[in-house]
Each structure stands twice: as C-alpha cells, then as structure tokens.
Design a protein around this ligand. Structure first.
Ligand SMILES: NC(=O)c1ccc[n+]([C@@H]2O[C@H](COP(=O)([O-])OP(=O)(O)OC[C@H]3O[C@@H](n4cnc5c(N)ncnc54)[C@H](O)[C@@H]3O)[C@@H](O)[C@H]2O)c1
Length: 419
C-alpha cells in the first residue's frame, strides 16, 4: 500500500464533522485536515486550531471552499441532509474523493445525480452507513455468510430510538421537520434498511409500511404548558424532556451528548439563559414544528421469497438495535448493544454464544473503520474496495423511498416502480 500522505477538507463542523476531525487528529497516519468550511466561528476556530489550518483555508460556507481550486484529496462531507447534492456533485466534478454522510440525499433524483457524478469522475466515494463498519454488525454478516444457520429465510430488526433521543433529534432538533431535513425512515433508519439489504444480499422486490406521529404532538401536552420550559411550566418537575434536565442543569453535561450538540456546553450561565429563551432546544416538545413519525414498520419481500420486517420506535426506555435472523439450519439473535450474538442450530440443538469486544471512539469505532476503508481504497486506487459505494447506497435508499411511498399511499409498493 502506498504511504501517500492524504489531505482532507471537511464541510460542516457539527456533531459529525467534529467527530471525523477528532478521528483524524488521533490517527495522523490516515492523513491531514487542510481546509474546513463552517459558518459558526467558535467551531471553525476550535477545529481549525486543532489541525493548525491557516486562516485563508478556514471558510464560512461550503460554496466558498468549492469556489477555490481543489484544496485536498478527500472531502469529508458532513453537511446537513439537504445540502448533500448541491455540495457533493460540484466537489466530485472538481476531482475530490469523498466520505459523504448518510442519507446520500433526500430525493431519489438527487441520489442518482451523486452516483452519476461519482461514475463520471471515477471518484472513490463512501457513504457513511456506519452499521456495516461496526464490530457487531460485521460479525453478524460474517456468521450469516458462513452458512452457520443455513440459507436465510426471514429476519426481523428493531431500532429502538429511545424517547429522549427522539425528543432531541427528531422533535426539537435538526430532523424534526421533514421540509428542513427528510422523513424519519430516511433520517434515522436508512442505516437499518441498508444493513438488512446487505445482510440478505439479494434484490428487494416489494415493501409495505405503516407509521405515524403519536406522542410528540399538541394533543399530548400537559395542561397549562407554555411554549418554552423556562416560562414556568407546571409539568416541568416531572417531565423527562425538561430543557433543564436535558440541556442546562448540572446533570445535563454529565449524562448526555445532547447538551453539547445543542450548544450548551462551555457556555456561561447568562449565555445558557439566553439559549433557554431562544434555542429550538428550549421549546416544549409537545409544541414544536415536528412532523416526522415516532414509530414505523416496514415489511419486505426479497428474491427467493425471503421476508424481513423492520420496526423503528421512539417509545423505548433505552436505545439500540435487536436482530433475529431465521435460516434453514438455525437462528441467530442479538441485542447488539450487549455485543452478544446467540446461535442455535436445529440439527443437534447446539447453542453457541459469541461475546465481542467493544470498540473505542465515536460509534464504537465505526467512524474510524469507515475512514480506514476509504483511505485504503484511495491509496490502492481500488474503488471497488469501498464497502458502501454510491451504487450500494442508491440501491438501499431506493428501498427506503419505496417504503415511505407505501406508508403515505397506504399500499404495497413494487421497487420496480421507482426504477
Ligand atoms: N452516520 C451516522 O450515524 C450519522 C449520525 C448523525 C448524523 N449523521 C448525518 O451527518 C450529517 C450532519 O449531521 P450532524 O449531526 O453533524 O449535524 P450538525 O447540525 O451538528 O452539523 C452540521 C454543521 O453544518 C454547518 N453548516 C450549515 N450550513 C453550512 C454551510 N453553508 N457551509 C458549511 N457548513 C454549514 C452547521 O453550522 C453545523 O455545524 C447529516 O446529514 C446527518 O444525517 C450521520
């Protein structure tokens, strides 16, 4: 493998951009960050200083960075969902390789435009489907492919979002309103649907889906609740979504990444007070502009009659994913947060339990694995070595768009309808 010192530009220095910046700062053998774009001056300064980036390479907007000649080998694109196409296509046309956050884009047309740009420029692009790079889901894939449970016949997967996570990200935060981001199944569960399709490894033919927004709506509001928690809500002491509990109180910084993501960490008490009055995270969770569902189910039929079901629900006390894979010779089950996989064989009744180590770093090491996979593919000039190319992602995003169409139109949707 070449030891070429790769250079990186990062677009968007929020939760994900900061995460990848940290990975690169701690793994200098992967390469150097040489340019950044971010409107928030505090984030720009903190991350610019972390990588000793000169002032003229710290941009306030991604368009200003893209107006320059190509500044790096690889672009890490962690802009919000709706900026993926307008940033990715010109960057690929400029000659950048790219790590592009999921969702690839928010419409099928935009996903196709990114895939076309990758092909036209022969760029090496990885879509950040973190599950495929995680220790536990990689091992489940390896075990299923080994044939230990025979041929897969059906599977069920549960994504437990966790109720306060829903309130932070999908009610008050970035992904609460579809017109600002995208629909819930794409925002949160394109990972799961991508993984289900990857694990089964055969084309999906048709889907049916149901789901709605039940909890985080006005009808569920406590009597007398004002628009903001700070305005004397009578229900605040017992409300799990109290802005004081999640963002500004003494427990908030200790327990949650929420307060950091919402911009409360490192602020003075006066600045926090101002945030409680003005930030989206100070709003009553029952009186926001959220319109994305808080529970959804999808049923799939793949080739060879393989069936799958997927459930996403906010209404769980803890987060994580559970999977059950049913094969002709046995079954495999896992609550993946525990890193335990159970395999039961039908022929001799044998039960094997696999306990995997926990990875370190963001997403349990998946972010590092994702970057390593991309860097290796670029250094060896082998685009096919990327585990999650735009073509793979386009195929699994198509299933997500079909499922959402099914939910809205209340009918089964053939994947061929979207071709
Ligand atoms: N792979 C995963 O598991 C995973 C997890 C969370 C989020 N995501 C995805 O990552 C992306 C970013 O999510 P996030 O949580 O980091 O969001 P974020 O809001 O924390 O970060 C986005 C950043 O982009 C900046 N920005 C806005 N307009 C800009 C512009 N014109 N030019 C440059 N920067 C601009 C914002 O100021 C912000 O700092 C989203 O697409 C999201 O869906 C992926």
């Amino acid at each position: 493998m070449s030891t070429k010192d790769l250079t990186f530009a990062i677009l968007g220095l929020g939760g994900r951009g900061n995460g990848f910046s940290n990975v690169l700062a701690s793994q200098p053998e992967l390469g150097r960050v040489v340019a950044i774009a971010e409107p928030d001056s505090e984030k720009r300064q903190r991350i610019g200083d972390r990588h000793a980036i000169p002032a003229e390479r710290r941009f306030t907007d991604y368009t200003a960075l893209l107006a320059q000649p190509k500044l790096a080998d690889v672009m890490i694109n962690t802009l919000m969902d709706r900026l993926h196409r307008p940033s990715a296509v010109p960057a690929l046309d400029k000659g950048y390789h790219m790590l592009l956050e999921k969702p690839m884009a928010t419409s099928l047309e935009d996903c196709k435009a990114i895939d076309d740009a990758r092909r036209r420029n022969q760029a090496i692009v990885s879509i950040c489907h973190s599950m495929r790079y995680s220790v536990i889901f990689s091992e489940i894939k390896r075990l299923v492919d080994s044939g230990v449970i025979g041929d897969v016949v059906s599977l069920d997967q549960l994504e437990a979002v966790e109720h306060t996570h829903q309130s932070h990200s999908f009610v008050r935060g970035n992904w609460g309103n579809e017109s600002r981001a995208t629909f819930m199944l794409m925002a949160k569960s394109c990972h799961d649907i991508d993984y289900i399709a990857y694990l089964i490894g055969k084309p999906c033919r048709r889907v049916s889906s149901f789901g709605t927004l039940t909890k985080f709506r006005k009808e569920q509001m406590p009597v007398g609740a004002p628009l903001r928690c700070i305005d004397g809500c009578p229900a605040e002491p017992t409300c799990p979504y109290s802005t004081f509990k999640l963002y500004s109180g003494p427990q908030a910084d200790k327990n949650h990444w929420y307060s950091d993501h919402a911009g409360f960490v490192g602020k003075t008490s006066e600045q926090r007070m101002e945030l409680l009055k003005t930030s989206p995270y100070g709003r009553c969770v029952y009186q926001c502009d959220n319109d994305v569902v808080d529970h959804q189910v999808v049923a799939f039929e793949f080739d060879a009659g393989i069936t799958a079901t997927f459930t996403m629900t906010a209404l769980t006390h803890n987060g994580g994913r559970s999977i059950r894979v049913h094969g002709t010779k046995g079954d495999l089950t896992s609550y993946t947060e525990t890193h335990v996989i159970d395999i039961h064989r039908f022929d001799d009744g044998r039960h094997d339990r696999v306990q995997l180590p926990f990875g370190v770093g963001m997403h349990g090491g998946s972010d590092l694995n994702t970057l390593r996979n991309l860097v290796d593919a670029i250094r060896s000039n082998r685009p096919e070595a990327v585990l999650t190319t735009t073509a793979e992602s386009l195929a699994s995003h198509t299933i997500v768009f079909a499922a959402e169409r099914s939910r809205r139109e209340r009918r089964m949707v053939e994947i061929s309808e979207l071709a």
